[in-house]
Structure formats: C-alpha cells, structure tokens
Write a new protein. Structure first.
Ligand SMILES: [Zn+2]
Length: 52
C-alpha cells in the first residue's frame, strides 16, 4: 500500500493524497491561483511529507 503523503503550503493550504503526481499538480494549481507563482515539479516535491 502506498504511503499517505501531505503537502503544506506556507499560507496554510494543505493537500493529502497517496498519489505524488496528484499532489504536485494540485500544489502547482494552488501556487498559481492563490499566489500567482509558477512552481516546478521539483519545488513542489520538496514540500511533500509523509503522513505518519
Ligand atoms: Zn499557499
């Protein structure tokens, strides 16, 4: 079974999924819509943490 992962933006936005690609996509969408920033896949992945 895949680990549940969480990604938290400094603004307080948080997304949880077992699908890392989905986390990355949602984070990129959030960064663009809420912060007007384009972030790379690497930047998004750097924010991902495993949820215990
Ligand atoms: Zn944010």
């Amino acid at each position: 079974m895949t680990e549940l992962k969480s990604l938290r933006c400094p603004c307080g936005f948080e997304v949880r999924s077992r699908d890392e690609d989905e986390l990355v996509r949602m984070t990129q969408l959030h960064a663009k819509s809420s912060h007007g920033q384009e972030i790379t896949t690497e930047q998004a992945k750097a924010l991902i943490q495993a949820v215990a």
